[in-house]
Design a protein around this ligand. Sequence first.
Ligand code: BG6
Ligand code: MG
Length: 218
Amino acid sequence: MSKKGIIFDLDGVIVNTAGFHYLAWKHLANDLGFDFTEEQNEDFKGVSRVRSLELLLEIGGKTATQEEKDKWLESKNEEYLSYIDGMSEEDILPGVKKVLDYLKKKNVPIALGSASKNAVPILKRVNLYPVFDATVDGTDVSKAKPDPEVFLIGAKELGIDAADTIVFEDSIAGVQAANIAGMVSIGIGDAEVLHEADYVFNDFTEIETQFLDQLLKN
Ligand code: BG6
Ligand code: MG
């Protein structure tokens, strides 16, 4: 039995920031004169900031100069930062702490694998930074999910083979990235949206320790 490692996405898996990203993009879309729905937002989850803006402009049928794009990227991030500014441990999603505590107790190596360039300040804000053995985020990768780069670096930093790595993800792109990497993918969210995942749970309160034990044993 080889040693297993676990990689957690951040936004929408550990903390409830996915809604903050959505609000900030929706605000920008509205300012530019079009709407942006929660359904459309599913394709933005796990996707880098720059790529998200390109997708948004495609939805609105807008073209823009680089200068305008830079300005909007900055204003979107400023609005997003204003939302995360008030975060505390209470914003850790239900059931997450229990799962993390259990894995720590069992000495399972755990990493963060996020597309966000704001990942480290968020982890520090909710007091989870010291829990992770490795943190791979948007400042470390050049290829966005569904490219598996972020998870492959995470597994490497943990010293675990890809085939022995388990990924928790709330985004379609992230589930695809884990699958491409040959890792076990666990979707957190809607089973229909995340149908490509090996397992799907609505949230971490549904994850029993027996399930974790089974994953770590296989
Ligand atoms: C991902 C989010 O984790 O990070 C995306 O799911 C977001 O919605 C991406 O666009 C980049 O985040 P940030 O914080 O660098 O803008
Ligand atoms: Mg996410």
